[in-house]
Design a protein around this ligand. Structure first.
Ligand code: FMN
Length: 214
């Protein structure tokens, strides 16, 4: 049996959802955990955890950051430089990337003050996080407000080059998935029947095998 919802279920208190839609927490669809880096207007490295994002590999390769808060340093830096890097932490680096949220002063290098190493990108003006197993160099293509007059924007950027740990490229070594690979955000799942929720969680991908195995 399927349950149908067209409005916020009564047990959920929308005022406690920090501005998110109840659908965000009832669905709790995982999305990749990345850290976006750029240079602030004062030249200091900026780092911003981002998780509302996806990719399009059809006409070139693009990243779509689907919920960029217009009050963040990242928004103002990238609107100015039109360039940024996307860094993928594995579980051993994740908490250091999360520390960039506390080290958010305009005057701070948000990467080194979080115990990480900033290295210059090759083709764009943006810092990369050395400890992340994958870094994408990106050029901003277009932006659009999600809702007219709202706080969030969709950013579409072309990936012009990558730096990837060779052991992740080799599935006989670390590979891309499982305990050492891509991380996913599981954002505060809530049970619509009780209104009870869990803190956010970190997920990994386990392959079930090729299509014909299912
Ligand atoms: C797991 C996680 C995912 C996040 N995803 C996003 C996101 O997709 N978009 C966004 O605007 N902020 C997101 N944030 C919040 C920003 O990372 C946070 O506001 C950060 O301090 C912004 O940094 P900045 O002001 O230096 O750019 C996320 C935070 C966490 C912990």
């Amino acid at each position: 049996m399927k349950k149908e919802y067209f409005a916020c279920p009564e047990p959920i208190n929308e005022e406690k959802l920090y501005g998110f839609s109840w659908l965000e927490n009832v669905l709790a669809i995982p999305s990749p955990l990345v850290c976006v880096t750029s240079y602030k207007e004062n030249g200091m490295p900026n780092a911003a955890m981002q998780s509302w994002c996806t990719f399009d590999g059809t006409e070139g390769y693009h990243i779509i950051l689907s919920s960029v808060n217009k009050h963040s340093h990242m928004y103002s830096s990238v609107m100015k430089t039109k360039q940024f890097a996307v860094n993928f932490p594995s579980r051993d680096v994740f908490m250091k990337c999360m520390a960039t949220i506390q080290n958010n002063d305009h005057e701070k290098d948000e990467i080194t003050s979080s115990g990480l190493t900033a290295v210059a990108a090759s083709k764009i003006k943006a810092p990369l996080i050395e400890e992340c197993f994958l870094n994408l160099e990106c050029e901003l293509s277009w932006t659009k407000e999600t809702v007219e007059g709202g706080d969030h924007y969709v950013f579409c950027a072309k990936v012009i080059g990558i730096h990837m740990d060779e052991e992740r490229l080799n599935s006989a070594k670390l590979g891309r998935y499982g305990e050492t690979g891509y991380l996913y955000n599981i954002h505060n799942p809530i049970d619509p029947d009780t209104g009870k929720g869990s803190d956010s969680q970190v997920g990994i991908i386990q392959s079930l095998g090729t299509y014909d195995k299912l």
